[in-house]
Design a protein around this ligand. Structure first.
Ligand SMILES: [Zn+2]
Length: 130
């Protein structure tokens, strides 16, 4: 089997793929990017926590213009995963307002997005209708 690497370092692969966030130990704010201090309370201590793999679409945009090579249209969404906001695309559905709705239940899914010269597969993630 080809070796796989996640596209982003907060995506954890394996039998049960999920996202990991950094949680501020003082106020509980969660982040996906590495940071030196919490934006809410300026705390500097973070722990890694798993993020729920099921969520609800809180906001979305149907993107019809993108850089060359990126297939459009696609759905860029903000998904609330049990209190953690995740920015991701909604996949496995038609990218139109008849199929993507606010409040719709979705779950995390992963998929290969390319293979490098050594045969290592990059894995991306999105959310599909639950
Ligand atoms: Zn904080």
């Amino acid at each position: 089997m080809a070796q796989q690497v996640p596209l982003v370092d907060y995506l954890v692969l394996g039998d049960n793929p999920h996202l990991e966030a950094l949680e501020c130990t003082q106020c509980g704010a969660r982040y996906f990017d590495r940071r030196n201090a919490c934006a809410s309370c300026e705390g500097e201590d973070f722990k890694t926590v798993p993020v729920a793999s099921e969520g609800e679409v809180k906001a979305f945009t149907i993107v019809s213009l993108a850089a060359p090579g990126i297939p459009v249209p696609f759905v860029a969404a903000l998904v609330d995963c049990d209190g953690t906001s995740v920015r991701a695309n909604v996949v496995s559905t038609d990218p139109d307002p008849d199929h993507v709705k606010l409040g719709m239940k979705v779950r995390l899914t992963t998929f290969p997005i390319g293979t490098d010269d050594e045969g290592t597969e990059a894995i991306g993630f999105g959310f599909e209708p639950a």
